[in-house]
Design a protein around this ligand. Structure first.
Ligand SMILES: O=C(O)/C=C(\CC(=O)C(=O)O)C(=O)O
Length: 307
């Protein structure tokens, strides 16, 4: 099937620069997506946007160019609960990718085992209203209890203003919970604002909750943008990521978010996004934890034990 992208869709950067930052050996890009290609893996009828194709080959090329060794591929809402593109990418990665799927509450054991076998290690619950229709919390809790025995975790994506309402649900989940993009703070408020303090409290009180310190390009209001060689991009987001890395060094992950769906303003140079990591994790030790130790513990525990 042929798909028209959402009007104004920004395609991923065609020629990312080579990062100046040399990533540690074994670095994991812990948040990225594959889209389609639509003629092989059609986009879901219930989707809220139609992206440009971003196939596995491009993702793996980018992984090698940027200096990552592995990917965690996260199911995006444009593919709904059809995980075929994700599974195909995981299988062709030859063990270098693990996945986070989106599943229906009535998924059976055989389907779950097949996903596990392909490399899926978690499910994603998306609460961002522009991206998904509402699913009752009881339904999500049912899924949570179904996947918990597999040792999987749950990735949650929400807007910071919705955290108070979601608090009880999150804190009753039976697995590790990974929050996408720092819970999307409003970075025009300070890192000490009530809003971010609530997120910090969530992390302090619940040691099963982790955070991705990803997506400065989505959260930044004042830039500067990761374009044209900028080595100090998105400075308004840096204090938020720094605070999380400092206070919870063993529960943070970083991902590029390639191919950056739904950006309206600009498309970052992924090489410069990698250089951004030097601002939030300035020491080799902090980068080792953020990019190797933590994601390996969560996604490749069997190998992590050997490191
Ligand atoms: O890529 C991301 O993490 C963020 C997205 C897309 C998304 O999450 C999805 O479609 O599932 C966004 O904010 O539009």
């Amino acid at each position: 099937m042929k798909f028209e992208t959402t009007p104004g869709w920004l395609p991923f950067h065609p020629t990312p620069s080579k990062p100046q930052l040399i990533l540690p050996k074994g670095a994991v890009d812990a948040h990225c997506h594959v889209f389609g290609p639509g003629d092989k893996f059609p986009y879901a009828p219930e989707r809220k946007y139609t992206p440009c194709d971003a196939p596995k080959e491009k993702l793996f090329e980018l992984r090698d160019w940027l200096g990552f060794e592995r990917n965690v591929i996260v199911q995006a809402t444009c593919h709904g609960t059809d995980n075929r593109a994700l599974v195909d990418a995981l299988i062709s990665s030859q063990g270098k990718a693990r996945g986070v799927a989106t599943v229906k509450h009535d998924i059976d054991e055989t389907e779950l085992f097949a996903l596990h076998h392909a490399g899926v290690r978690g499910v994603r619950f998306n609460f961002v209203k522009r991206l998904v229709d509402f699913t009752p919390k009881e339904t999500l809790m049912k899924i949570a209890h179904k996947i918990a025995p597999l040792g999987w975790h749950i990735v949650v994506y929400f807007e910071s203003v919705d955290l108070p309402e979601l608090w009880d649900f999150f804190t009753h989940l039976p697995t590790i919970v990974v929050v996408d993009h720092m819970g999307r703070p409003d970075v025009s408020k300070t890192v000490d604002s009530q809003e971010f303090a609530l997120f910090m409290k969530l992390m302090q009180q619940h040691t099963n909750i982790w955070s991705k310190v990803s997506c400065p390009e989505r959260l930044s209001k004042t830039g500067p943008k990761a374009l044209y060689g900028e080595q100090f991009a998105y400075t308004d987001v840096v204090p938020f990521a720094q605070r999380l890395i400092q206070d919870f060094p063993d529960r943070v992950l970083f991902g590029t978010d390639w191919p950056h769906p739904n950006l309206k303003d600009h498309m970052p140079d992924d090489g410069l996004l990698v250089d951004y990591i030097a601002q939030i994790a300035p020491t080799e030790q902090s980068r080792q934890r953020l990019l190797v130790h933590n994601p390996m513990r969560l996604y490749w525990p069997e190998e992590h034990k050997k490191i």
